[in-house]
Design a protein around this ligand. Sequence first.
Ligand SMILES: [Zn+2]
Length: 428
Amino acid sequence: MALDRRAFLGRAAASLIATQLSSILLSQSETAGHSTLPPWEPGYLYIHHISTGRGSCALLILPDATTMMIDAGSMIKGFDPKSDKFTIEPRPNGSMRPGQWIARYAGEVLSQANRNEIDYFLLTHFHEDHMGAVWPGRYDISPRSQFGPYQLGGVTDVAETIPIRKVIDRCFPDYAYPSPIPGPQFANYHAFIMSLAVRGGVAERFVAGSKEQITLKRAPERYSDFEVRNLASNGNVWTGVGDETKAHFPPLASLKPEDYPPENKCSLAIRLRYGKFSYFSAGDQDHEVRAGRWPWGDIETATARAAGKVQVAVADHHGYADACGSDWVRALQPNAFVINAWDSGHPTIVALHNMLSQDIYPGQRLVFSTATKPETTIAIRRMAELASQEGHVIFRVPPGGNSFEVFVRDSSVPDGKVIAHFGSFQCT
Ligand SMILES: [Zn+2]
């Protein structure tokens, strides 16, 4: 049992969701917990899942003030009018691009650590809801950068105001696995990568299996119980022995090009550990095997088994129909899931059912979504069991990593306040 301490609800949200949570939480204190998010202090780990309703983004401040962002998605409303009815409205509103909202949020949070730069930007894979979308040639919607020949959206919007020291993706520098990355969105990202050096930044290919690529940069000697293990990318999965990896996908020479591993399956994955606390993030990995045509297709379970049990897991592929399978859940058994939602299919019913299943593993767990399409709460009755359906989801881990708390900040307005607070929970 990992959620073995008191659980507090934020004052503002208590009446709203207390009924929904009563079956999930062990106990609720009469005392309201933190109604504000304490600013970062040395020794703390903060993980902010930033809610824009338009893609994935996590901002991390590590215990020594090293900073990291994982993805900065930004789907453009109106770019594909047929899709708009399925997607979530921009949070807090459409007056700025999602990447600009991310940059604004990040600027505020980073200043708490006296930082104004991102040491590591991890791009899980080359899709717009993770790297950002631009509208080619529409400079009114996607302006040109002042730093290079590319347009602004997602990560490029972030980098326009907050310097990024190192970008790590799955394919630098040749971008050729399993075949050259197609399309104008990637071309825009590539132009950004090529111009990084102008501002003193660098790009690197993610090294699966390593725990030396993403390290504390400012005071690593003080936090020897912190590590980021690179679990997987391009189908190469850490074995658990040293830095070794095993190829989960067959050699490309044995596959027809139409059966090459798709972009989502190539997503990079990490496990972050701080003391007893651990966090899993694997982009849009999935378990689709196409009725046996891809017997190697279940990359998400292989990656989750490499990670082992964790406290917090980001739902693979936004909790979509091809992800968060029962084997994935069984391998991770987290105390909290986070769904980065931007579509009515985030999550789908089976994925959510797996996350909540007492048959797969017993005990309490909290499921958070950064945003929710109203129709999803009708289509999926169990959405009522979520700890929170809306807002920035923030994990706060005190020095030593023996416990964690969860805060939810209102994302319907800029600079939203804390609307719910959970924990503290002991890590076991
Ligand atoms: Zn995605």
